[in-house]
Design a protein around this ligand. Sequence first.
Ligand SMILES: [Zn+2]
Length: 292
Amino acid sequence: MNIITFDIEEWFIEKTFGAGRTERYATFDRYLDDILAMLDRAGTRATFFCVGQMATDFPAVIHKIADSGHEVGCHSNTHRWLNKMTRDEALDDTRHAVDALEQCLGTKVISYRAPAFSIGAHNKWAFEILAQCGIQRDASVFPAARDFGGFEHFGSTTPCIVRCGDAAIKEFPIPTATILGKQVAYSGGGYFRFFPLWYVKGKIAKGDYAMTYFHIGDLVPESKGVMSRKAYEDYFKEKGTLLNRYKRYIKSNLGKKGAMAKLQSLVANTTFTNLDQADKDINWDDAKVITL
Ligand SMILES: [Zn+2]
C-alpha cells in the first residue's frame, strides 16, 4: 500500500512570514494546478493536509483540492509545531484548524499531520488532543530520531493503532531507510529531492507500505536566500546562528531543480492511494496496537 500526501501551507507562510507577494501566490497556484492535473492523469487520489488558517485566508485553494476529489486533512492552524506548544495551546490550535477547515468544506475533517512531524515521546498527549478534536487518522510520526522532533522507539513503521489515555488513533508512520547506520526518511521533503529517483522507486516497490509527503515549497526551484536571524527565530523558535540558518538553507534548497519532474515520474509509475481509502483497505483487527 502506497499513500501519497501533500502538506499545504505555502500561501499562509508567505502571507505571515514573507512579504505577501502576489507573484508568489500565483506560483503556488500554478504548482497546485500542475499537481492536481498530474494526479488526475494517473487516476490517483491524494490526501492534502492543509493549514487551518488557509481555510480563512485562501478558501479557494481548499475548495479546489476538495473539488478535485482529494481528501482534505488538517496540518495545524498556523503551522506551529506541536512540540513547541503547551497542551492547552495545542488543543486550541487543533480545534481552530479543524473548525475552520470543516466550515470551509461543509464536511468532516478526520485526518491530521503535525507540522515537521512534531509528535514524539515528550508530547504523546497530542494523540489525546487529536481524538478530542474528532481526528481519527494521523500521519505525524517519524519513528526514529530526527533533528527537530521524531519519535524514537515508537514501535511500528507501518499502519497501527495508537492508544493513549482514552484515545485510539489510526497511525500511518513515515517509513525510514537505513543510511550509514542512521534512520532517515526517503519518501518526501528534502530527502525525496536528495535521493535519486531509482532509489526511491526501488524502496517503494520493494516494501509493503510507503507514505510519501510533499510540500509545494519542495518543488518550487526559486531560492529565497538565507533567512534573517529574526525571521528564523520567529519561525523555528530556536537560536538563529549563522550555522543553524545556513543548515536550513542547504536543506530547503538541495535538489529543487527537477523535483517536479521527479515527482511526475514517480506518480505516473506507481499506484498510490490516500489515507481515506487506505483506512478502508486495512484490516484493523490485525493491526499492531501501540500503547503509549
Ligand atoms: Zn508543513
